[in-house]
Each structure stands twice: as C-alpha cells, then as structure tokens.
Design a protein around this ligand. Structure first.
Ligand code: PEP
Ligand code: MG
Length: 897
C-alpha cells in the first residue's frame, strides 16, 4: 500500500522530494519540539498520480480521513463542528520553492453553522464572518472556477455603499451580507452551491492545489527556473491559528540573519492583529520584529530561542513565518532563506568562524555567480531613489540612461552621445542595433532565457527582464504609480533586478578595488565583504586542482590577470596586434605579389610583434604565456569588399582610371571573399598558405624571449597552433616553429625551451587526438569554435536569431556558448583527453574558450581531468572560486552523470 499522507511528526528535513520543502521543514520543526500547529502532508506521489491518471489515488481519501480523525482527536475538536470548530489551511509545497505560483486555501471547515460557533468561541462576530467570506472567495475561485473579479467587484460595491475606505472598516452585518452575495454569485456562475460539508471542502481543496501545479503561472515559473515539470507538489494541511484576534495577536516573518548584509540578529517584520497574508501583501505598514519585545516580551524571547535552534539545526540562515494567537507563539513555516550575494559570503564566513560549518562547506555555500555580482559597480542604496519596478536580474551590472522605446531611437540618441536604456515588452532580432547602442535593456515580459536576456548576457549589457509591474506602451511605460515617458532617466540594476527613477548614484565595487590593487591580503581598513571574499578565494585556491590562466592579449590585461590571481596566460590572441596603425603593414603583406614585397612587409611587422611579446612576458614573468599564431581570415584586415567595389564603380562611372593600389586591393578582397569565413582560410591554414607568417611570428616570440632573458627576466613561452584538423598540419607548422626557434636561440647563445602545442577546435581534431598528441606538447580546447563546429552553428548568426526560441522550447536549457554542452562537445573533449593522454602520458590539457570562466563549465572541466582553464581576466576570480568548489563537490546538483 502506498503511503500518501504523513503526519508532521513523521517526516524530516531530508524528505523534501516526497513532502515538499514546506512539509519537510514543518516535520523537522515538530521533531525539534517547536510549537507548530498540528497537521499532515499529502505527498508529491499522490499529486503525480492524480495529474498523470486524472483519478484520485484509491487510498488517498481513506488516508486523509484517518489523519484528519487523529488530528481532531488530538485537538478535541472536529473539523467544522458547530461550536469552536477546528479549521484548516491547505497549502501547496513543492520540492523547490515556487513562491505565490500555486494555490492556498484558508479557513477550511467554515459553513453556515460553524461560522456562528467561531464567532462565539473567539468572541468576535466580525472576525468569524470575515474568515468565512475569505473561504468562499478562495474556494470559489480556486476550487470551483468562479471568475475572481466577480468577488472583487462585489466587495468594491459593498465598500462603496457602506462608505468603507478598506475591508477592515466593514462590520459584521455587512460581512454577513457579503458572504450571502459571494455564495449567490458562486451558485449563479457554477450552478452549484458552496459546499457546506467540511470533509468535502477539504477533499476538493487538496485536489485543487494538486491541479494548480499545472496552472499557467506555475508552468511559466518552472520553465523560467528550470524546475522539472514532473515533480508535482505536496499539500500541507494544517490547523489554522489566527493572528487577527486582537492586539495580543499578530503575524510576522523573521530571518535569523540580515538577508541583505548577512549580519547576525533577528531581522523581519511584525504586524499586530493581522494574518500572515497582511504582512506579505503590505496592506498595512509592518514594524520591525523587535517591536514584539515591547508588546509581548515572552513571545519575543521564545521566538529568538527558536530561531537560534533552527539556525543551529539547519546550519544556515533560516527564514520563519510565525503567528501569535492571543499570546501564544506558533511557527508556521521555515526554510533556508534566500539572500543577496553579499550576505551569502558574509554568512558562509561567519558560520565557519562560529564552528557551525567547516571552511569547505562555507566554500560550497557561495558561488561564482555571486562573486561576479560583487565585482560590478552597484547602485548605492539611497533614500532618494524611487523603486519603479522589480524584474528578473538577467545580466548583471548597473546602468543609467534615458528610457527609449524602440531600437531606432536608441541608435539615434546614442549616436548623439546620450546614454539610453532600451525598454520593450520583449525584444526580437530587430532590436539588436538598439540593444547594442543601449546601456541596458529592460523588458516587461520574459524570463532568464528570453531573447533580451540571452542577447544582453552575450553582449555583457545590463538587463532586467520580466518586470511585470510595468506596462510598456509605444512611447512610455506605466507602473502602479508613475508614468515614465521617453527621455526620462532611469537606473537599471541587472544584478538585483531593480529599476529606479532618475540617476541612482553608483558605488564602486569594494571587491573589485581590492582585486585591482593586487595586494595579497586585505588591509586593516578593508570592508568586511572584501575579507569574506578573500577568505573564500584563499580556501578555493587551497582546494583546487585546476590551474587558472587568463586570456590576455596586452601587457595591461596580463598585469590585471596576474593581480586577479591568474597563473599564466592560456591564450594570447595575436590578431589584435595586427590592427590599428599596423593595419597598413598587414595590408601590404596581404597584397604582396612577390616574395620580396612580402618579406619587406613582414620585416616591418616583426619589431612591433617583438615589442608586444616582450611586454607581455614581462607582465607574466615566471609564468607560462601561451601565444597563439594568427587565426582569423585575412580579409578581416582589409577594407570591406562592398565599400571597395562601390568606390571602384564610382570612379569608373566618372571615367577615372583605378589606381594601381586600388586595383590590387579590389582584386585581393574579391579573391579572399568567403561565403563562410568561419570555415574558410583561417587558423593553421593561413600559416601554411602565407609564406613567412609563421616564421615572422615565431621569430618575434623568440626574440622577445631573448630580450627578456637579457633583461634578467624569466619568460616561459609556449606556441599554440589554431584550428588544426589533422596532425599533418601541425607537424608542418611545428617544424617551421622549431627551425626558427633554433636559429634565434643559437644566434643568441641561449637555450630557452618553447613547447609547441595545438588548439582542439574541430571535431576531427578531437577524434584524431591520439595521432595529434604525438606531435603536440599540449592541447588547449577552443570550445568557442568546437561548439560552433560540433553543432554546425555560426555563433554570430544563431544567437540573436533563434536561441531564445530554442531555450523556450526546451531544446537546450542554457546556450551551449555559455555553458559547455557536456553531451556533445563534452564527449569530444573526453575522447580527446583520453586518447591524447594515452598517446602521450602526462599531456597538459587546458581550455581557452569562453567556457573556461563559466561556473558550471569549470565544474565539468575539473571532472574531465583538465589541467587548467583560461578565461578573461575579469572571470579569473570566478574560475578560481569555482575550481575550488569543483574539487570539493565533484558532481554538483543537476550535473550528476
Ligand atoms: C575558441 O575557439 O574557443 C578560441 C578560444 O578561439 P577564438 O575564440 O579566438 O576563435
Ligand atoms: Mg577558435
């Protein structure tokens, strides 16, 4: 026989899968002997069975009845009895918290008789009839399907008739008449009377909560939060207690530490003579929970004591909902509380210091995403900035600009130097130019995988999406209290999801300032957040096996990477060194028609490259610097083909002959034009086709090494060949590198080694890694290209065009360019690692695609046995932290394979 119902006393906090988070935590509190109104939980199994088969599981009614009888016996009252009735709440409670997404029904057990009993027992007729009208309203709309606005309209009409400013002004006779109206309109719209039988109310309420798992709101929320749809919800059935029975009653929420800053102490709100819903909905202003100490010191002392015990039991910040009913304290709910990134670091460090958790556990309580939020400048909290809206923090950072409502306007204003925020209901590929021009993007619809969110993250733009408190119209947006017109300055906080009116003052990130200072330890006057982050990073460095290197192309980036803790450069892209004032030299190299011309051009480039490398080696002295030979197609260094062609056509029209240079240029851009440059003449193919290119780059590296050694430095060069598909390509380039290297070293009388390795960026390279490894001193996975070529995606084309649709349809739950696709790209990586190391034991293997700085991917690379990850300097601290966490938790939740 399947158990579908558990008394609170029968569960525990580790049973959230079966009892839901709420049910499991209530059970834990009962176990601890805390004052919890008695009740029972109907399992997620029952919900799943009901939703899958459409039938109530055979045993469910009997088990509910059994538990109800036991509850009644213990209470000495029956559900809905005529005098002093037992009343119940019926609430949803899923494995993962889905606040406000499913249904709740309170005051089950009230009917035309028991309402009178409740009035007598509590001595308040008003209270009893108010509870009854709430039941009819909640039950009517949730269980019986009555349109909720009918109830709201009836209430509004009555208030108007009675001249009552709000619900609390309605007296008992008025509420009696309201209940009558509610019941009538329920019967009119459903053809069925409001059920008077308490057991039937309970049964139907439980099924309605099950069904709410598949309600629109819940489904959208789950998709957005990646909560699996098959889990189902549990239902907790609990004895009602009332915080609205007079001044000696009240309701509150409290945190065991400040969820914003992490500071210990009781934080929260309390509202005397109110139900929990009133605190949450903000109809009346709550007071700090400390107020309770003044009005009811006994309950307050008990509350503090319970909070201490809960924190010790959960070994974490807990948030608690409580009610005081005529001087008796009840705990209605607890859970491990949500917190800001700042608080996450503070609390982890404090709990470790207090000995409640180990430092390793502390490290697992923080994450790279939180750290990266702390590294952005943020808005200084200020009383003068009005919160306009709150949405989903989709892409972190803080930005200020004038609100604009279409892409063209964003482009126009930003071209004039104005900072703008693009505000849209949702974005589409047509909005791309505007998104690029804007400082931030704000949308009223869509979640973390919406077009706006995906594209903004890709661009590194601030983004808040799904701000459903705003209505976006053509040239303005509306909030509950404001109208924001085009041109109005607003501030968008993509880290926390807030939107403010006006230019909110920006505050530097203390963490960033500390990292930028490069000082190994925080100073005595460093803010606490800096110390907390420092402790976690130190712990991560001690724990991690993965090395962390940086992708850096300039001495400045190299220096920053070092300050941020990079242990070398894993990718120095040389193409940027071919731009700017050097472009004419590159052009000359490409246009060269004779060996002599090409040699002259290359010889002119050589000293520039040498200086570049010398400065980078200096910044990374003593640490490896992996220099990649030129990768992009050469036409990227030439003017745009269309431009050159148009210019030529115009001259022709005017009858002017084309100059020698322009003719060559036109011929070259035409010759080099590729329909698919990503798969064209680039990478190692260039080195094999353009004579002298590999020689020049190698010579520049080697001569830079010589210069550094002569200056007393310790350069550690590595040369890396891009886009290799077959070992033959690598062998040819490698021979050339070794030849030139040997020449320079012997000219200088030195013997500095330079390992030559390869990038693995093509499926063929991964699949033939065993052969390639025999000629490669190291592998570095170029996961950007490997993802493109494995999926057949051209990143620049596909991301903005259809990724959000793919995410919405659940084809993937995160862009494969953001987090490594373990199943496909990962399989190639695993083949390459194992075949590469089999052919060459001890082969060093790293990754230098953008995934090297992505938290989830770092965990994967740790498990795949890589030696290092390399990422942009700003991601280095994140990668260090996550590499440490990965070493402590080899298979993070949701990634078990
Ligand atoms: C890669 O492909 O992952 C890589 C690092 O090279 P690039 O991004 O320069 O193509
Ligand atoms: Mg690449």
């Amino acid at each position: 026989m399947t158990r579908y119902v558990y008394d609170f006393a029968e569960g525990g906090k580790d049973m959230a899968g079966l009892l839901g988070g709420k049910g499991a935590n209530l059970a834990e509190m009962v176990r601890m002997g805390l004052p919890v109104p008695p009740g029972f939980t109907v399992t997620t199994d029952a919900c799943r069975e009901y939703l899958e088969t459409g039938r109530v599981p055979g045993e469910l009614d009997r088990q509910v009845h059994e538990h109800l009888t036991a509850l009644e016996r213990a209470a000495g009252r029956r559900l809905g009895q005529e005098s002093d009735p037992l009343l119940l709440s019926v609430r949803s409670g899923a494995r993962y918290s889905m606040p406000g997404m499913m249904e709740t029904i309170l005051d089950i057990g009230l009917n035309d008789q028991s309402v009178l009993g409740l009035a007598r027992a509590t001595g308040s007729e008003r209270f009893a009839w108010d509870s009854y009208r709430r039941l009819v309203q909640m039950f009517g709309s949730t269980v019986m399907g009555v349109d909720g606005t009918l109830f709201e309209d009836a209430l509004a009409r009555l208030k108007e008739e009675c001249g009552a400013a709000d619900d609390t002004r309605l007296d008992a006779p008025e509420l009696v008449s309201l209940v009558r109206q509610y019941k009538d309109l329920t019967e009119e719209s459903t053809g069925e009377a409001f059920p008077q039988e308490p057991a039937e109310q309970l049964r139907r309420a439980i099924l309605a909560v099950f069904a709410s798992w598949n309600g629109d709101r819940a489904r959208i929320y789950r998709r957005r939060e990646h909560i699996p749809g098959h889990l189902g919800t549990a239902v907790t059935v609990q004895t009602m207690v009332f915080g609205n029975l007079g001044p000696d009653s009240g309701s509150g929420v409290a945190f065991t530490r400040d969820p914003a800053s992490g500071r210990p102490g009781a934080y929260g709100d309390y509202l005397a003579n109110a139900q929990g819903e009133d605190v949450v909905s903000g109809v009346r202003d709550a007071v700090p929970v400390q107020e309770l100490e003044r009005t009811d010191p006994g309950s307050f002392a008990l509350l503090l004591d319970h909070m201490r015990r809960l924190e010790a039991r959960y070994r974490d910040l807990c948030d608690i909902e409580f009610t005081v009913e005529r001087g008796t304290l009840w705990l209605l709910q607890t859970r491990v509380g949500k917190r800001t990134s700042r608080a996450a670091f503070a609390i982890a460090a404090q709990l470790a210091q207090e000995g409640l958790i180990t430092m390793e556990e502390a490290l697992l309580r923080v994450d790279g995403e939180g750290l990266s939020r702390l590294m952005f400048p943020r808005f200084a909290a200020s009383a003068t900035t009005e919160v306009l809206a709150r949405g989903i923090p989709a892409s972190p950072g803080a930005a200020v600009g004038a609100a604009v409502f279409d892409s063209a306007e964003a482009v126009r204003r930003s071209a004039e130097g104005e900072k703008v925020v693009l505000v849209r209901q949702e974005t589409s590929p047509d909005d791309l130019p505007g998104m690029m021009a804007a400082e931030a993007v704000l949308t009223s619809r869509g979640g973390k995988t919406s077009h706006a969110a995906v594209v903004a993250r890709g661009m590194g733009k601030v983004c808040v999406c799904g701000a459903d408190g705003i209505t976006v119209e053509e040239h303005l947006f509306l909030t509950a209290s404001d109208t924001v017109r085009e041109g109005t300055v607003i501030s968008v906080d993509g880290s926390e999801g807030f939107v403010y009116l006006g230019a909110a003052p920006l505050a530097d990130s203390a963490v960033m300032n500390h990292l930028e200072s490069g000082s190994p330890e925080p100073g005595d006057d460093s803010p606490q957040v800096v110390r907390d982050v420092h402790r976690m990073l130190t712990q991560a460095d001690a724990a991690r096996r993965l090395e962390v290197r940086a992708n850096a192309d300039t001495p400045e980036e190299a220096a920053r990477a070092r300050r941020f803790g990079a242990q070398g450069i894993g990718l120095c892209r040389t193409e940027h060194m071919f731009l700017g004032e050097r472009r004419p030299l590159v052009e000359a190299m490409i246009l060269a028609q004779t060996d002599g011309e090409r040699e002259t051009a290359l010889a002119a480039l050589l000293p520039h490259q040498r200086l570049d490398f010398t400065a980078i080696f200096e910044a990374m002295d003593g640490a490896p610097v992996t220099i990649r030979l030129l990768d992009p197609p050469l036409h990227e260094f030439l003017p745009d083909r269309a431009e050159v062609a148009v210019k030529a056509a115009r001259r022709e029209e005017r009858g002017e002959p084309l100059g020698e240079y322009d003719r060559k240029l036109l011929a070259a851009v035409t010759r080099m034009d590729e329909s698919n440059p990503m798969l064209g003449l680039r990478g190692v193919r260039l080195g094999l086709v353009v004579p002298g290119l590999v020689e020049m780059q190698t010579r520049a590296v080697a001569e830079a090494v010589v210069a550094r050694v002569r200056a007393g430095g310790d350069p550690r060069p590595e040369i890396m060949v891009p886009l290799v598909g077959t070992v033959e390509e690598l062998v040819l380039v490698r021979e050339e590198v070794e030849r030139v290297w040997g020449l320079v070293m012997s000219e200088a009388g030195m013997n500095v080694a330079c390992p030559v390795g390869t990038m693995i960026e093509l499926p063929r390279a991964a699949l033939t890694a065993g052969r390639i490894a025999r000629s490669a001193a190291f592998f570095s996975f170029g996961t950007n290209d490997l993802t493109q070529t494995t999926w057949g995606f051209s990143r620049d084309d596909v991301e903005a065009a259809f990724f959000s649709a793919y995410l919405d349809k659940g084809i993937f739950d995160v862009s494969p360019f953001e987090t490594i696709d373990r199943e496909g790209v990962g399989r190639l990586i695993e083949i390459a690692v194992s075949e590469g190391r089999r052919a060459r034991p001890g082969l060093t293997v790293g990754v230098c695609g953008e995934h090297g700085g992505d938290p989830r991917s770092v965990h994967y690379f740790h498990r795949a046995g890589l030696d290092y990850v390399s990422c942009s300097p700003f991601r280095v601290p994140v990668a260090r932290l996550e590499a440490g966490r990965a070493a402590l938790r080899p298979a993070p939740e949701g990634e078990g394979d």
